[in-house]
Design a protein around this ligand. Structure first.
Ligand code: BES
Ligand code: MN
Ligand code: ZN
Length: 496
């Protein structure tokens, strides 16, 4: 998809499709009113005829306008003017995106950013449209013989910018929106691939492929022998149960001044999690191919950062493995030694993500990082606690937590902070090792975060549990690309 800013006058516009908005009581937005003037009042007449009053997401598709220059119009209800907030606006955008997708138009021009929801600007509106349109257009058809041939019709979307003052900002918004969408689509693709294709080795190869595209992005993939030499005994104990060799993927983007401290992103990369000897029930186990969504989002975010050439240093670390039962798998009661020297009693082999992450968090120390953020489909308990709207956020650093919450609000890829109190640490006591890998049934997402916190004491650290947000379950099953928008927004904010 091509996105561009356009400065044509509405009177002179020529395009297969225009998208515009109207409020409650059929009140057209300023740009929509200018469009309607050109169309001789057609839009108002049709709205009135069909009694469409302008509730959020109301839709009028004019498939044939009679105007030689403007073939189609898609009109979207935006609700009451003083009630237009980010959520309402996004709802309207997703209706617009689906209507545009189904319109058969190859090109379109959007006027929707002529209204700004409370506390947001036109640049935000443009970025959101790209985000939502890319999600609506996304298809994972690699393994479907028929659909693979079906061509995607829409080729370009232009944002009409009337005043020259806003043109640069619109172009920057398009650049950012497009880089984020590409990063999210990469994360979706990697995540939707089945476990028999997307193995740790494959994930490493894909990271290397991304590295080759960008001069400032260096990628190295450590093999099991290297991982062993580093002393990552917790990580390797998980991988030992599987035939697929583990990989530790390291992506380094050097875009900042030589001595600047890097931001480190760590992503859980379980290409399949059967639970190991503490095996999971069969229902929905296929969804555990998504247990590498943290890793995929880190790779996607690194690609976006490199694409945007942000003037900062960013490191991505993805420990990748499978978690399967076998004669060489971890057993309940096994004790392993992490890279940090802390011994861990494995009371449940299904709590494997933290065993990979703790060694990656220890590895992160070598960068003397400005901050470390890990992203993981870590616990089913997080979905119980928060549902599927926000990701869970834990942090040992107030400013970092606040910056991530802000980036989440800005990108509409939100997080909700959870406690990291010492009170919970008690639950991780082991009779035989320094720490147990589970903390019992109470507050499971919190004790998981507490476990990680023991390996992240030496830098500002945040943990994001994406178990409820990284993919959709049920009829619409598929990866969401979250939290790529959040991570890239956070890094864009650091670069400013
Ligand atoms: N990858 C899972 C977490 C998960 C489960 C995410 C279902 C999304 C949906 C993780 O490795 C896991 O199995 N966690 C256990 C932890 C428990 C054994 C303490 C869980 O959540 O049940
Ligand atoms: Mn597990
Ligand atoms: Zn897992």
């Amino acid at each position: 998809m091509d996105y561009l800013a356009k400065s044509d006058l509405i009177e002179q516009l020529a395009t297969p499709c225009v998208i515009a908005g109207f409020h409650h009581k059929r009140k057209l937005t300023p740009a929509a009113a200018a469009l309607d003037a050109r169309l001789g009042g057609l839009l108002e007449r049709l709205l009135k005829r069909d009694d469409i009053d302008g509730k959020p997401g109301d839709l009028l598709v004019v498939a044939h306008t009679g105007d030689a220059g403007i073939e189609r119009v898609i009109l979207i209800g935006l609700g009451k003017k003083d009630e237009l907030n980010a959520a309402v606006y996004r709802k309207a955008l997703s209706v617009a995106a689906r209507a545009l997708r189904d319109s058969h138009a190859r090109q379109a021009v959007s006027l929707l950013h002529d209204v700004e929801p409370a506390e947001r600007d036109a640049a935000w509106a443009i970025r959101q449209f790209i985000d939502i349109l890319e999600a609506a257009l996304y298809r994972f058809t690699e393994f479907k013989r028929e659909e693979n041939k079906a061509r995607r019709k829409l080729e370009s979307l232009a944002f009409l910018v009337a005043e020259t003052a806003g043109f640069k900002a619109a172009e920057q918004a398009i650049r950012e929106g497009q880089a984020i969408a590409q990063g999210a689509n990469l994360a979706r693709d990697l995540a939707n691939l089945p476990g028999n294709v997307c193995t740790p080795t494959y994930l490493g190869e894909q990271a290397e492929r991304i590295g080759k595209k960008h001069k400032k992005l260096k990628v190295k993939v450590l093999a099991e022998k290297d991982i062993e030499e580093l002393g990552m005994g917790a990580f390797l104990s998980v991988s030992r149960g599987s035939q697929e060799p583990a990989r530790f993927i390291v992506l380094e983007y050097a875009g900042g001044p030589a001595k600047a401290k890097p931001y480190v992103l760590v992503g859980k990369g379980l290409t399949f999690d059967a639970g190991g000897i503490s095996i999971k029930p069969a229902a929905n186990m296929d969804e555990m191919k998504y247990d590498m969504c943290g890793g995929a989002s880190v790779i996607g975010a690194m690609a976006a950062v490199a694409e945007l050439q942000l003037p900062i240093h960013v490191v991505g670390l993805v420990p990748a493995s499978e978690n399967l039962p076998s004669g060489s798998a971890n057993k309940p009661g096994d004790i392993v030694r992490s890279m940090a020297g802390i011994s861990i009693e494995i009371l449940n082999t299904d709590a494997e993500g933290r065993l990979l992450l703790c060694d990656a968090l220890c590895y992160a120390k070598r960068y003397d990082p400005a901050a470390v953020i890990d992203v993981a489909t870590l616990t089913g308990a997080c979905v119980v606690a928060l549902g599927r709207h926000p990701s869970g956020l834990w942090s040992n650093h107030e400013d970092l937590a606040a910056a991530l919450a802000r980036a989440g609000d800005e990108s509409c890829d939100r997080v909700w902070r959870m406690p990291l109190w010492d009170d919970y640490q008690e639950q991780l006591k082991s009779n035989f090792a320094d720490v147990a890998n589970i903390g019992g049934p109470d507050g499971g997402s919190i004790t998981a975060a507490c476990f990680l916190s023991r390996f992240a004491k030496e830098y500002p650290w945040a943990h994001i549990d994406i178990a409820g947000t990284a993919w959709r379950t049920g009829a619409e099953k598929g990866a969401t690309g979250r939290p790529v928008p959040l991570l890239v927004q956070y890094l864009i904010d650091r670069a400013r």
